[in-house]
Design a protein around this ligand. Structure first.
Ligand code: SF4
Ligand code: ZN
Length: 734
């Protein structure tokens, strides 16, 4: 460990702790010691303090003991003449820095509640997002564990100019890394440089502006700590495992761009605790021997055109970039990119024009692999601002290809087109909406490239079932109409196939263990009448996925002998769950929320909870941020029941599942539903009405309370009584 770095980091830590303590004392004088403090919408308190120390900071008064702990662990400044083993004290100084910064930021939320904008993207006139809320954590954190995002680069400071900043950012995006930004150098900030250069920033494009100062580096590390607790199932306070989880699974590093102050060193020392090295563009001393980090700890004086490559190498990151033959960058980091009206060269669909996309199987001899045809005009033959009809027809053939795989393949088109830098894709089937930007057009992007991307990705991902792929893109309105007529017949048949199926008519269900990467004991059992709780996998999807990839996460589960038909328990399912959860679960009821309910990994679209006073069940969707009658918001619920444990009285489920026949059938089904957010009710309204008619209760949808009626059991009970909600007459739930 370099003595210069060690002494600078320790001095920086002293400064930061002093400053944080001063701010805390001022806040105590102003707001009183009992003032509540928190980061927005999170069940993880101040996450680093919670994760590392196991301490919940809920009030200003709770900070007192953490400050005295900081003082205790803060090493004395290093004397010029003494030689010490520096690594230990420097790491302590780094950790203490992070604790102090978290408390300082919590005070900032109190002092300036509007300083940060706590959503995914900053609106006009704002830039800094601050701590990610739990919704963002779940949505984005999953990408860290399933590998869509290998890690993040925490950038402190600024590049010499906007062009260099944009180059570095794009290079990181192309490697699928998230970019977390904070601090300034010479009055400039990296995030501001990206905005200046016209780049979109925010979580959807993986360029996250945390804050203007170095102290906001703490949000990046806080995110890492929460990922370990949320997805790694690590208990708060188990600091060793949290740090090891990060070292082994989150490929993160710090890019220090510009003058490295003592405060920067202190934060770099904090990051080294997690195994995250620092790569600098200035000639600071290096720490080359390995120890905590996988390779070097601090590497300096790296030129900007090599800094990303160097960081990736030092962190030991293996990046897989899929090679698609198009003239613009490509990868999941561009998935959330918008194409604004001002940037628009061409658009299709989105209620403006007729548009659709359809994947269909043809005999082998009718498909010429790699052939991409644009039938009608391509981009360069159309003027800027064109709204064109567009049908994308993907014709596939393969000895192993089956009709039932088509919807799975078709659904991927959305991602594959979105990965194109400069293209935006929303929806599917005939509600697609595609936009191409002027910049992408200038770089040479044409409609035919959309086809080439689909061809390349289909081969890459589905190579074992496909032999040939050809794509036709129609921009002629009459042709699009003809395609639509054909495709609609196919889509209708597909929908009816699943809608008509029952659990009784099959002898095999399917498992999904995709989420075990972060919730190791979680198993979804997917049946025809119970889709996966994330909403992404139906029984047909799981069966198809199993046939495509027999060793994959969807395995057939033979039902076996029935144990309890009301609860939905079968011997085969229990055995499977027991084995797949490595003994963590013994039994699972497919139809019950009260007895041996299915676990949730955390990605459920909705959570149903028993409401004892109303003798009913409520459900809440992820997007609804308000209070609910069970006393917990969605984020708190997800934090409480996620992670693969069984929680009687709670059940994660998909939106679609609400109107499936077996939804909480053991508790009486949809008749038990007494509350759900208005937005959810509106979203599923048509199906809800239909389902209630089926059970002979056409008035039921209007008897289900929502937040406009109340958000406590007492408030909604009066309403339920007035409406004569059937749950009140049903057998007691508890
Ligand atoms: Fe699979 Fe369930 Fe995870 Fe969805 S929630 S991906 S169905 S394990
Ligand atoms: Zn999941």
């Amino acid at each position: 460990m370099s003595k210069i770095i060690a002494s600078a980091a320790i001095r920086g830590a002293h400064k930061i702790v002093d400053m944080a303590e001063k701010k805390w004392k001022e806040a105590v004088d102003k707001f009183g010691i009992n003032q509540e403090v928190h980061f927005p919408e999170t069940a993880y308190y101040l996450p680093i303090i919670y994760g590392i120390l196991g301490e919940k900071i809920e009030k200003l008064s709770d900070m007192e003991k953490v400050f005295s702990l900081c003082r205790k662990f803060l090493p004395a400044p290093v004397h010029e003449k003494v030689h010490l083993p520096y690594l230990g004290p420097t790491l302590d100084a780094g950790m203490v820095t992070l604790f102090a910064e978290e408390m300082m930021e919590a005070v900032k939320y109190l002092e300036e509640p509007d300083f940060y904008f706590p959503e995914e993207e900053p609106p006009e006139g704002k830039l800094w997002l601050g701590a990610a809320n739990d919704i963002i954590l779940r949505k984005r954190g999953i990408e860290f564990v399933d590998g869509t995002a290998p890690g993040f680069a925490a950038i402190a400071g600024a590049a010499p100019d906007a062009t260099t900043a944009m180059k570095i950012a794009q290079e990181l995006q192309e490697k699928n890394l998230y970019v977390f930004m904070c601090a300034q150098h010479a009055g400039k900030r990296f995030a501001e440089q990206l905005v200046e250069g016209g780049m979109q920033i925010g979580w959807p494009v993986r360029l996250v502006p945390f804050g203007p100062e170095i102290y906001e580096a703490v949000f990046a590390l806080g995110f890492a700590v929460r990922a370990a607790m949320s997805f790694g199932g690590i208990e708060p306070g188990d600091f060793r495992r949290i740090l090891i989880y990060n070292k082994d699974r989150i490929f993160a590093f710090v890019l220090a761009l510009g003058y490295v102050s003592e405060e920067w060193y202190a934060n770099a020392a904090g990051a080294i605790n997690f195994g995250f090295p620092t790569i600098a563009d200035t000639p600071i001393p290096q720490i080359l021997p390995t120890g905590v980090c996988t390779y070097e700890h601090v590497v300096s004086n790296i030129p900007h055109d090599r800094i990303v490559a160097k960081a990736v190498e030092v962190r030991g990151l293996k990046v897989t970039v899929s090679k698609v033959p198009i003239p613009v960058p490509y990868g999941p980091a561009f998935e959330g990119e918008r194409v604004r009206k001002e940037d628009l060269y061409l658009e299709a669909g989105g209620t403006r024009t007729l548009s659709c996309e359809w994947t269909t199987t043809l005999p082998l001899n009718q498909v010429e692999d790699g052939k991409v045809e644009v039938i009608g005009s391509d981009l360069d033959e159309l003027p800027e601002g064109t709204q064109t009809p567009l049908a994308i027809v993907v014709e596939v053939a393969g000895r192993e290809m089956q009709e039932e795989f088509e919807p799975i393949l078709e659904r991927q088109i959305h991602d594959y087109i979105n990965y194109i830098n400069g293209a935006m894709h929303i929806g599917q089937r005939e509600i697609v909406w595609i936009r191409i930007s002027k910049k992408a057009k200038e770089k040479g992007l044409r409609l035919k490239h959309l086809g080439m991307v689909i061809h390349a990705k289909y081969h890459e991902v589905f190579g074992n079932i496909l032999d040939k792929v050809q794509v036709k893109l129609y921009t002629d309105e009459q042709k699009v109409k003809e395609i639509l007529e054909k495709a609609r017949i196919v889509w209708k048949a597909r929908d009816e196939r699943l809608a008509g199926m029952t659990d009784e008519e099959v002898d095999t269900f399917y498992s999904c263990t995709l989420c075990q990467s972060f919730a190791p004991s979680h198993v979804c059992i997917v049946t025809p009448e119970r889709t996966g709780l994330c909403g992404a996998y139906s029984w047909l999807d799981c069966r198809a996925s199993n046939r495509i990839n027999p060793e994959g996460p969807n395995q057939p589960v033979k039902k076996g002998a029935i144990i309890d038909s009301r609860l939905g328990q079968w011997e085969g399912c229990n055995e499977f769950v027991n084995k797949a959860s490595r003994g963590a679960l013994e039994r699972v009821s497919i139809y019950s929320l009260m007895v041996d309910p299915m676990t949730t990994c955390g990605c459920c679209e909705c959570i149903a909870v028993v409401l004892p006073l109303c003798n009913g069940i409520m459900t809440v969707n992820r997007e609804y941020k308000g209070d609910t009658p069970c006393g917990m918001k969605f984020t708190t619920l997800a934090g409480t029941i996620g992670g693969g444990k069984q929680n009687p009285g709670f059940l994660g489920h998909s939106k679609f599942n609400i109107t499936q026949k077996k939804f909480i059938a053991s508790e009486g089904g949809i008749k038990r539903l007494v509350w759900m957010p208005k937005m959810l009710k509106e979203e599923i309204w048509e199906r809800l009405v239909k389902r209630c008619e089926e059970i002979g209760m056409p008035d039921l949808p209007n008897m289900i309370a929502d937040e406009t009626v109340g958000v406590t059991e007492e408030e909604i009970l009066t309403f339920l009584q007035e409406k004569k909600h059937p749950a009140l007459e049903m057998e007691p739930l508890i």
